[in-house]
Design a binder for this molecule. Sequence first.
Ligand code: ZN
Ligand code: ZN
Length: 162
Amino acid sequence: MQCPCGLELTFAQCCQPLITATKLANSPEQLMRSRYSAYATNNAEYIYLTYASSSRLEQSIADIEQWAIQTKWLKLVVHSASEFQTSSDNNDSAQVMFSAFYQHLGKIWQMQENSNFIIEDSVWRYVDGDVSESKVLKKPKRNEACFCLSNKKFKQCCANAL
Ligand SMILES: [Zn+2]
Ligand SMILES: [Zn+2]
């Protein structure tokens, strides 16, 4: 199975080792991708555990699970990611800008978010995200361009996942 996060790797080569805790994310982008793949494979516990401790208070595994189950994840597009910089202060943080395309209650959505990550207990964790766009997309005709920025025809792209 190809990794849900969209890299040209299998799930076993890419996000699965992070989700099963056999490997740590070495960049905020990698953590972000693995969280997306965890949503796509309904692994609510991983999503919960990769929140920064201050953000976990507002989360519940049951709520995350509910959202993941009701949602069909179609595509992740990472627009930009700040590089990991080792800094001498105790304030390592980074941002990742991405769009997630998904189907929820029969509608296709695009959500664009700028996510904030910090290093906590020596690992990258997700703090929160500023959603800059969240909109319902029109379902294309089969020969029209897909909505997910892939430059492919809809029938050769997300049509297969719906
Ligand atoms: Zn992946
Ligand atoms: Zn597509």
